[in-house]
Structures are given as structure tokens and as C-alpha cells.
Design a binder for this molecule. Structure first.
Ligand code: ARG
Length: 572
């Protein structure tokens, strides 16, 4: 893509002046303000300063050596030593022509693909999934799609919480209070009820607590009866999770639960202890991080005093397994921000245990979902909002919006559009904000037809589709060049050219909101293009070119929305 050509040209020019320069930081990025140029490089300033040179003079020397005349009509030094590049219309036209021929869609496929493992969703058995899990599911799945689109190899793994002390309580509840009827209606609901029941009983009854411990030990020792119940609980839970995944159209390459790693945990704790990484403290095995400023006061436990390993140990085993199975260059974990300490400890600990494994470990965390009152999102009666009901409500509310707009459309079609819009709106609301900020859940905002929302973008896409419907089978020619004489055409074209860069930025920072913003801007530029530049009424070459711009915009919009996990619809 052009921006890469400029970057390579610039790096070459710098090397010819400074053969030892570290050019990896010399990047070309879109200009924040199009008044000054289309692309910009600001890394020369730092480079000049480090070499005790005057940044502006250095920038001028670089320009002398720079040959990007094929792409740019102008390269200028600005401010303290920025370089601003202004593209030639012919080179923009070239890129568009090649896109029309289907040679690319403004992004390039990675020549050196990386392997990336993404751990997302990861709900817990016997507990209903809630809105917190939706965020992990949606974000994680989108990241997988972005990396795959760019040509990387991705392994997605749903690290289900299917082991742990909660099963003591669940087993007691199951054996003593199970309501089979309720279980067949809504298994997760019934298991949650059992858990709460026993949990409350434990508070003031030592006898119950003893039974809980006893059932847990039996399970851990492989008691057949308890194993059968435990497996049943997993099966029922997974069935309900799968229902939600299929409504969300999300999938996984692997679903290796925590229990998959059980028989590796003892070896790991022993090894950590023998190598002096873990030490004994009051019967437990603890790891101290004295050299780390952030973790000095937060030692991690890898074995409890009763001999049981825990979440951290399981995650160590999981990482070792991932390394051995797939040799990833990066492992990404998508969870809420409350697990930051856990992952800091895990990453530090793993690096100490396996310093030879040079993979990037990346905790991609997100903020909470709040109700409109600013408190954690709950139902009116104060319960956690269940995902299934949330999806139903999204579809129902979208149905009302669609019905209001199209009272004459058949019900089936309205239902189908409502499904796409409703689920899309829910997903988009999760993706379009800065993931680290808390976000306020608001049906009215996410279903609004104006602003940075799914309905707005999906509607923009349908408007493009409707142009092509009007052509009624007319053959659309491919333009041989683009004149781009009108300002709105040029702005739209330049924005299309940036698609690939945005995808890369999403991957680099694991922030899908960059793509949302990009698509929102694209829809805006397209709207003003369509308002100011006649398309169907234009004639000759100009008509062909403008139709092609509509088509390319539609393709980028569709690909972008699909990368965000949204389905599109041709009518709305
Ligand atoms: N099951 C955990 C939870 O619901 C999330 C697991 C995240 N992945 C991991 N490898 N620790 O909080």
C-alpha cells in the first residue's frame, strides 16, 4: 500500500545519510489534519536530536535523498521537523483501479504470518454467562478475525472454568436438592440455585461445610459417582453456552477447560519448588516477586496449604501446553480489568519458569458494563443480567425499530433484519468504545439510527446496495482511471486507502474501536460524496468512476463490519 511505499522510501533515504540508524521507528502515518498533507512522519525529529543535529536541517537533507515522486506531488518539512506527504491523484487512482480489479481491498496480507493464540469468553461451568462474558467473547472473536484477515495464523481457545472448589458445593446441592424438572427447563439456572443454596447454608453450618469438603475431595480423588455428576454439569453448561455462541455466531478452535490440565499441576509445583522459584510458607507454596516494583507486595500462590493447585498453576500449565502445541509468537487473554494482577503475576512467573520461550504475553483487559444509573449493570430486581434474555431483548427492540420504518414489510423479513440489527447493535456497543473505559449500557443509544452505532452503519450499507439494485442488471464497467476532481470524491478515496493501516493498528493495540471509528468516518465521507456528487445521474466515465467508488465503499464497509462480527443486510 502507498503508505508502506512511502515508509520504505523514507527509511532508505535515512539510511543513505545515516547507515547505522535504527529505522524501525521511522513510520509514516496518516496526517491528523488533512490540511497539512495526507501522510506524515515525525520520527526524524528524535533521530536528529539523538545525533545532535538540527531536526529541520536534517529533515531537509532527507527530502533531498527521498524519491517518492511516483506517489507524491509534494513532500514538505513542517514545524520542528515533521515531514508531510501529499499524494498525487494519479497514484490514488492506481490503487483504486487495482482494487476494482479485485487485486486487493486496501490492505496487504502479511508475508511473515505469526501464530497468535487468543483466549476469550472462558465462562465458568454451572454459572450462567452474563454481560461481562459477552464483552470478552465479542472482543476476542473480533481480534481473531482481524488477525486472520491480515493473514496470521490464529488459534482460539475457550478456557472454560470447569474445575475448582465450587464443585464441592454444587455436588452437595445436586445430591440433596436437585429439581430435575427445573434442570431440564434451564440447567444453568437450576445449578446456580443449588450453588447459592448450599453456599448460604455453609455460612452458619459446619456440618454442611464438612459435607462440601468431603464431596470435593472425593471428586478430586476420582470418585466415579462424583465424576459422573461433574461431567453432566459440564455437558449441560456447554450446551447452553453453545446456544449463545451460535446466536452470536462465534466459534472456537479449541475448548480445553481448566480440568484438561489437572494431571500436570503437581509436576509444575514440584519443579517450581525444586528450582527455588516457589517457596514454602505456612504449608502453602508461594512465589515472591522481589525484583518487580509492581508485584513486590503481591506474591502469587501456586499451591494451597491443603495441597490443591489453583487458577495460577492451571494457567501456567495452559501456557506450557500452548507453547508446545502451537509455538505462538503471542498469547492474548481477553478478560475484564479485575484480573490484571493475576495476569501480571502469571506472565512474570512464566517468564521465570521458561525464560527460553520468547512469546509475547498480552492481557487485553476491558472495563465494566454499567447501567444507566452508573452502577454495575443489573436487572431491576438486582440480579445479574442473563445473556440469553439480553439477546432476546435486543432482537425485540430492533424489531420495533424496523417495523416502525417498514410497516409494509413481511413479518419474516422484519424478524430477520431485526436479528441482524439487534445482535449487531449489542456487539457494536461493546466494540466501539475504548475497551478500558467502563461503558454505560443503553438500548436507546445502541439502537439509534444516528451516530456511531451499528444501525447507522448497517443502514449506510443498505443505501449502497439500493443503488446497485436500481441498475437493474446493467453491466457495470471497471474504470481505467479515477479523475477525483470533486473534493468529496478525493476525500472518500483517500479514506478508503487507509483501511489496511487501521486494521494493523487494531491488531497492534488490540483495539477494535479504531475500526469502528474508521467505518463511522467512512459512512460520513460517503454520505457527503453521495450528496454532492451525482452518481446515477452522472454520465460517461464519471458515472463509471462514481459507481466504482460506491462499490468499493460498500465492500470496505461490509468487510469491516464482518470483521467486527456483524452480519449485514441489503434492506433495512
Ligand atoms: N473463567 C475465568 C472467569 O470467568 C476466565 C478465564 C480467562 N482465561 C484464563 N486463561 N485465565 O473469570
Amino acid at each position: 500500500m502507498i503508505q508502506l511505499n512511502l515508509q520504505e522510501g523514507l527509511q532508505k533515504a535515512v539510511l543513505s545519510l545515516m547507515p547505522d540508524a535504527n529505522i524501525s521507528s521511522i513510520l509514516v502515518r496518516p496526517c491528523p489534519d488533512l490540511k497539512f498533507g495526507d501522510y506524515q512522519a515525525n520520527a526524524l525529529i528524535g533521530l536528529a536530536k539523538r545525533n545532535k543535529m538540527d531536526p529541520r536541517k536534517f529533515a531537509e537533507q532527507v527530502i533531498d535523498k527521498l524519491d517518492v515522486s511516483e506517489f507524491c506531488e509534494l513532500v514538505e518539512v513542517a514545524g520542528p521537523g515533521f515531514l508531510n506527504f501529499r499524494l498525487k491523484t494519479e497514484s490514488i487512482s492506481d490503487v483504486l483501479v487495482r482494487a476494482c480489479k479485485g487485486e486487493h481491498l486496501f490492505f496487504s496480507i502479511e508475508k511473515k504470518p505469526r501464530t497468535i493464540v487468543i483466549d476469550y469468553s472462558s465462562p465458568n461451568v454451572a454459572k450462567p454467562m452474563h454481560v461481562g462474558h459477552i464483552r470478552s467473547t465479542i472482543l476476542g472473536y473480533t481480534l481473531a478475525k482481524v488477525f486472520r484477515l491480515l493473514g496470521h495464523k490464529v488459534v482460539t481457545d475457550n478456557h472454560i472454568g470447569d474445575w475448582g472448589t465450587q464443585f464441592g458445593k454444587l455436588l452437595v446441592g445436586w445430591k440433596e436438592n436437585l429439581d430435575k424438572n427445573a434442570l431440564s427447563v434451564d440447567a444453568l439456572h437450576e445449578m446456580e440455585r443449588l450453588y447459592k443454596l448450599v453456599n448460604a447454608a455453609c455460612d452458619n453450618d459446619e456440618v454442611v461445610l464438612d459435607r462440601v469438603r468431603h464431596e470435593l475431595v472425593k471428586l478430586q480423588d476420582g470418585d466415579e459417582e462424583n465424576l459422573i455428576i461433574w461431567r453432566k454439569m459440564i455437558e449441560l453448561s456447554r450446551h447452553q453456552f453453545d446456544e449463545i455462541y451460535s446466536r452470536l455466531k462465534v466459534d472456537f478452535d479449541e475448548t480445553l477447560g481448566e480440568s484438561f490440565y489437572n494431571d500436570r499441576l503437581k509436576r509444575i509445583v514440584d519443579e517450581l519448588f525444586e528450582r527455588g522459584i516457589a517457596e514454602e510458607s505456612e504449608g502453602a507454596k508461594i512465589v515472591y516477586f522481589n525484583e518487580s516494583k509492581a508485584l513486590k507486595k503481591h506474591p502469587a500462590m501456586v499451591q494451597k496449604s491443603d495441597g490443591a493447585a489453583n487458577y495460577t498453576t492451571t494457567d501456567l500449565a495452559t501456557l506450557e501446553y500452548r507453547q508446545n502445541s502451537w509455538q505462538p509468537s503471542e498469547v492474548i487473554y481477553v478478560t475484564d480489568g479485575r484480573q490484571q494482577l493475576h495476569f501480571q503475576q502469571l506472565f512474570e512467573l512464566y517468564t521465570r519458569w521458561k525464560p527460553e520461550h520468547a512469546m509475547k504475553l498480552n492481557h487485553v483487559w476491558f472495563g465494566a458494563i454499567l447501567g444507566e444509573d452508573g452502577k454495575p449493570f443489573k436487572t431491576r430486581s438486582g440480579e445479574i443480567v442473563r445473556l440469553n434474555y439480553l439477546l432476546n431483548e435486543a432482537e425485540q427492540r430492533a424489531f420495533d425499530v424496523v417495523t416502525e420504518k417498514n410497516p409494509d414489510m413481511g413479518e419474516n423479513e422484519r424478524r430477520e433484519i431485526a436479528r441482524v440489527v439487534g445482535i449487531g447493535a449489542l456487539k457494536y456497543a461493546d466494540l466501539s468504545g475504548n475497551r478500558q473505559s467502563d461503558y454505560v449500557f443503553s438500548w436507546d443509544n445502541m439502537l439509534s439510527l444516528v451516530g456511531n452505532t451499528a444501525p447507522y452503519l448497517l443502514y449506510a450499507y443498505t443505501r449502497i446496495c439500493s443503488i446497485f439494485r436500481k441498475l437493474d442488471g446493467e453491466i457495470i464497467l471497471k474504470p481505467k482511471f479515477f479523475t477525483l476532481a470533486q473534493a468529496e470524491e478525493l476525500t472518500l478515496a483517500k479514506h478508503l486507502l487507509r483501511f489496511g493501516l487501521v486494521l494493523e493498528q487494531v491488531g497492534d493495540e488490540c483495539r477494535p474501536n479504531f475500526l469502528c471509528n474508521y467505518l463511522y468516518e467512512l459512512a460520513g465521507y460517503y454520505a457527503s460524496f453521495y450528496e454532492n456528487c451525482p452518481v446515477l445521474q452522472a454520465e460517461g466515465e464519471i458515472r463509471i468512476q462514481r459507481l466504482a467508488l460506491c462499490d468499493l465503499t460498500g465492500k470496505v464497509l461490509k468487510t469491516g463490519l464482518e470483521t467486527l462480527g456483524l452480519e449485514t443486510t441489503e434492506r433495512m
